[in-house]
Design a protein around this ligand. Structure first.
Ligand SMILES: C[S@@+](CC[C@H](N)C(=O)[O-])C[C@H]1O[C@@H](n2cnc3c(N)ncnc32)[C@H](O)[C@@H]1O
Length: 366
């Protein structure tokens, strides 16, 4: 049976039980959260034109550069601005997670759970044609969406022949021979994996893409101890797989797919237990690929403590060279502290954004 939560959003019993078990107050979910878009830098002069096109005022988000909020019901997919890659949908809390990385020109960035790629687009915008980004995801079908998105938002920045070069690792227009070679390489890399049956796939973007100081096959290895300390990325984003319970828009999709599907696919205890194991592994692997003095941001769109503070706590216990960092920009962000000092929590009620947990680490030379 569906009951109204205190915020008057119809939430199913299974979800309310899940929130209850995880100590999440259902009243944080409101149906007044706006939708957010990020405007491609350099397109600021087009705002009025975009407003006419989408028939809605774009309100500048004063705490996050290049972000605008608009009514949650406005569709942008058919607009010229969207099709030309001038705007793309990304929640402001997600933007804050990327912003917390403090990306500088020339950085080499690893996006460990990259698909469908909203945060990747922002990373690319911040880097311009400098540095590199390596995106990794386990779901090939989601990576396909990611590739389309990256191509769309980079249109116009490079001449077509240069684009082909930039995207050579994975463009769908690759010649058949190249595709076969890449497939063969994947098998070779896969055979180096000890046990996993799902091999994360890599996509590359930008000049000198790839892992700084590491070979492609080394990314897949399980490193023992802290033996990859003197190479690696300047910045790592681990936007981990989670139960998505902070994103009410995601949860509401199950109204269509069926609440039983939500219970089976998302909320069942076995899955949530194995998720926290995966989250710790993702964070640990991301950290191993971070260079000394670099920054890593761990985020999830879950509001549970188990997938956030508990994972952070475990990780800190197991990694003496990891130190939590204060996120300086957060002083002006509409969020609150997590249970562990320096960690942040966005939720619809406090932030008028989707729910997001953010923690930032650095690697010490010990
Ligand atoms: C929360 S989503 C990432 C959203 C993305 N960062 C964005 O901004 O659009 C989590 C992603 O983690 C991926 N994932 C799950 N297990 C993984 C693994 N073992 N290695 C890499 N990616 C994984 C999922 O396929 C999913 O695309």
């Amino acid at each position: 049976m569906e009951v109204d939560s205190p915020s008057n959003l119809p939430l199913p019993d299974a979800f309310l039980d899940f929130l209850n078990e995880n100590g999440v107050d259902p009243s944080v979910y409101t149906n007044t959260t706006p939708r957010y878009v990020r405007l491609k830098p350099g397109c600021e002069g087009d705002v009025e034109e975009i407003e006419v096109e989408v028939r809605c005022k774009l309100e500048k988000v004063d705490w996050l550069p290049s972000f605008y909020s608009l009514s949650p019901h406005v569709q942008i997919a058919n607009s010229k601005a969207y099709q030309q890659g001038k705007i793309y949908g990304i929640d402001a809390a997600s933007g804050a997670a990327v912003s917390a990385l403090n990306i500088s020109l020339g950085d080499h960035v690893l996006d460990l759970c990259v698909a469908p790629g909203a945060k990747l687009c922002m990373v690319l915008d911040l880097l311009g044609s400098s540095g590199s980004v390596t995106g990794i995801d386990v779901a090939r079908h989601r990576l396909a969406a990611c590739r389309t998105m990256v191509l769309k938002y980079s249109l116009g920045e490079y001449p077509l022949d240069e684009m082909a070069n930039l995207y050579k690792e994975w463009t769908s227009r690759r010649p058949w021979k190249d595709k076969k070679k890449a497939a063969k390489a994947r098998v070779t890399v896969a055979s180096q994996l000890a046990s996993s049956t799902q091999d994360p796939e890599l996509i590359y973007y930008g000049k000198n893409s790839g892992v700084v100081g590491l070979t492609r096959s080394e990314i897949y290895q399980t490193f023992r101890g802290n033996d990859v300390l003197h190479c690696g990325y300047d910045k790592v984003l681990v936007d981990a797989e989670c139960t998505h319970d902070g994103s009410i828009k995601h949860i509401q999709k199950f109204e269509y797919w069926g609440w039983k599907t939500l219970q089976r696919r998302v909320l069942n205890a076995e899955r949530t237990d194995s998720l926290t194991v995966l989250q710790l592994q993702l964070l640990t692997n991301g950290f191993r690929l971070l260079k000394i003095g670099g920054s890593l941001v761990y985020s999830t769109c879950s509001l549970t403590v188990a997938q956030n503070e508990d994972v952070v706590e475990q990780f800190l216990l197991q990694n003496a060279s990891a130190e939590l960092l204060e996120i300086d920009a957060a002083k002006n962000w509409p969020c609150r502290s997590g249970r562990i000092p320096k960690t942040l929590r966005f939720d619809p009620m406090t932030s008028r954004t989707s729910g997001l947990f953010v923690a930032k680490f650095t690697k010490l030379a010990i």
